[in-house]
Write a protein that binds this ligand. Structure first.
Ligand code: 16G
Ligand code: MG
Length: 561
């Protein structure tokens, strides 16, 4: 099954604290991670052996978290996140003082053998990628040594965005395609060209008056954006925070979405004064590993230097707005096609109630669903539809096209259909090649959003924003000692315990039913997250304060240990 040398090696790599494989894999301070990534390398090799596949993936990143953190997550052969059974095995293997026992059990269960034989498989079975953190490359080397110990090979892509690695794994397994950055960007470029030809041709939009400014969070997104611009020849795109400043510090999608303020911009040579006064500026922000993107509009207009903009209030166009924009355009195209195709829009409880109401109002064939937080839940629900649109408010999402849908579109193009019908099918097909089919992707979503806005003929972000008014809302993260006391049901929308907190919420909903509150334990940090929304900011703030006190009392504040 496996030999003693393997076990002796694995036993050497003992984590010093306990870890659990959460929504985003394992995350910790980077110095704690070497044993974790080593054992993850073993696990990735085992996963690759357990199913007939070309490869699995392993990404080293801590996304939007501080630069001194890092993390590791595994990617399934179909490009999605690790299967839930394997998440449990991952946590057991990483924490175990007896890895031999865990691996023996795994080998029997999966009918695999981890034998040391360098000649057994010449193909790279584990695709590895990492972000720009200084700890990332050395951690990737450790993974390599673990995979090689089993006798398998790795293909290391170096610095990539998380969604790029998901994509590489998916296309290598499902399409037998050369998985590389070139292929990834070519697909985006073909999609953009098709839309330029068939969708934007008659647009009255003044392209030269649009300026697109992308905050790259000083992370991997900077390189990917530079490539995107080169491959698509997209005009008027300027990147800031491309690596001169610190990763995710006062910038990036997570910072913008949580704080609703303009990011700090390290000097990147782009002068705001060069923007003409009649231009419409599209600001958006990627996170540290470029799987999230949010757009935003500065509240005060006309400021012309980065320094005075940083920290200013912005209105954030959260992920829900992407779902709405995508649903609108896809519905329009399907109206032309006149085919029966189901569209599902998947949200979480964090979606602004105004977006949910707007989407429900769109009517057939759009259906709206709510699922618990975490991409894997959204993805699973989206796959039930012919076209599944999913976004989290935090900016993570994509549009998934079922295989049958793609075939139907291809047939429509090949058949002798009317020109308008063909055009609509071509546009939908282009959207399917722009939207990352493996996972939500900030780079793809940038070009997707710009394409959808152009399709709608909207020059200004304000046109997109004006579809509906977000309900005033408020986020809070509370440091508590016992976040595990919080139990929820109904896709996290209803709190079951502690009773003292649910009583407060019940009182609120009885007296003020137009307000909504969400209390859930974070899956990635030792905090409890509160979210509230309702018509009046002042009332909402008062209610949030009361709720905060109730949660701190019930779960114990850890701020003054
Ligand atoms: C991770 C998840 C994201 C989720 C967030 C919730 C992935 C790729 N990412 O970042 O979907 O919204 O965790 O974090 O699954 P929280 O549990 O700390 O609120
Ligand atoms: Mg991320």
């Amino acid at each position: 099954m496996f030999n003693d040398k393997i076990i002796a090696e694995i036993e050497k790599w003992k984590p010093s604290s306990s870890f659990s494989y959460g929504t985003a894999g394992f995350r910790a301070r980077a110095n704690l991670l070497p044993p974790v990534v080593f054992r993850c390398g073993i696990l990735a090799a085992a996963r690759a052996l357990s199913v007939p596949c070309v490869c699995v993936g392993l990404m080293i990143t801590a996304s939007h978290n501080p630069p001194e953190d890092n993390g590791v997550k595994l990617i399934e052969p179909n490009g999605s996140m690790l299967n839930e059974n394997w998440e449990i095995i991952a946590s057991r293997l990483i924490n175990s003082h007896n890895p031999k026992e865990v691996l023996e059990e795994l080998c029997i269960q999966e009918n695999i053998s981890l034998v040391l034989d360098n000649k057994s498989s010449p193909r790279p079975a584990v695709y590895i990628g990492h972000d720009t953190r200084s700890s990332s490359e050395p951690l990737a080397r450790i993974v390599e040594s673990a995979v090689e110990l089993i006798g398998l090979k790795c293909k290391c892509f170096g610095t990539v965005t998380t969604p790029q690695l998901h994509y590489f794994v998916k296309v290598a397994n499902e399409e037998g395609l050369q998985a590389n950055k070139e292929n990834y960007f070519q697909r985006l470029s073909i999609g953009w060209d098709t839309l330029s030809q068939y969708a934007f041709g008659s647009s009255t939009l003044q392209e030269d008056k649009i300026v697109r400014i992308v905050d790259c969070a000083n992370g991997v997104g900077a390189e990917a954006m530079a490539n995107l611009i080169a491959y698509t020849n997209m005009q008027n795109v300027y990147c800031v925070n491309t690596g001169n400043g610190e990763l995710n510090q006062f910038c990036g999608a997570d910072f913008i979405q949580k704080n609703a303020v303009f990011p700090n911009v390290s000097s990147d040579g782009f002068d705001l004064n060069s923007i003409s006064s009649d231009a419409s500026v599209h600001f958006c922000s990627l996170d540290g590993d470029a799987d999230r993107l949010v757009y935003f509009i500065p509240v005060e207009q006309g400021i012309t230097c980065w320094k005075s903009l940083s920290g200013q209030r912005v209105r954030v166009l959260e992920g829900d707005r992407m779902s709405v924009l995508a649903a609108l355009v896809i519905k329009k195209l399907l109206d032309v096609l006149q085919v029966k195709i189901s569209i599902g829009v998947i949200q979480t409880a964090y979606a602004n109630g105004a977006s949910t109401a707007f989407l429900k109002n769109l009517g057939k064939p759009v259906q709206v669903e709510c699922v618990p937080t975490g991409v894997k839940h959204l993805e699973k629900a989206a796959k039930k539809y012919d076209i599944g649109i999913y976004w989290e408010a935090n900016g993570h999402g994509t549009i998934l096209f079922a295989e049958n849908t793609v075939s139907l579109l291809r047939e429509t193009i090949e058949q002798n259909s009317a020109e308008q019908t063909k055009k609509a099918a071509l546009c939908l097909l282009a959207l399917s090649s722009i939207a990352n089919q493996a996972t939500g992707d900030g780079i793809c979503n940038f070009i997707l959003a710009e394409a959808l806005l152009k399709f709608m003929g909207w020059q200004h972000l304000a046109s997109w924003e004006s579809l509906y008014d977000d309900l005033p809302n408020c986020y809070k993260a509370l440091n508590v000692r016992h976040k595990e006391l919080i139990k929820t049901t109904d896709q996290e929308r209803t709190l079951l315990s502690p009773e003292s907190v649910s009583k407060v919420i019940k009182r609120f909903s009885d007296s003020k039913p137009s307000y909504r509150f969400l209390v859930r334990p974070s899956g990635t940090e030792d905090v409890v997250r509160l979210y509230g929304e309702g018509p009046s900011v002042d009332e909402l703030n008062d209610m949030m304060k009361e709720l905060e006190i109730a949660v701190l009392q019930a779960c114990g504040s850890s701020d003054h240990k």
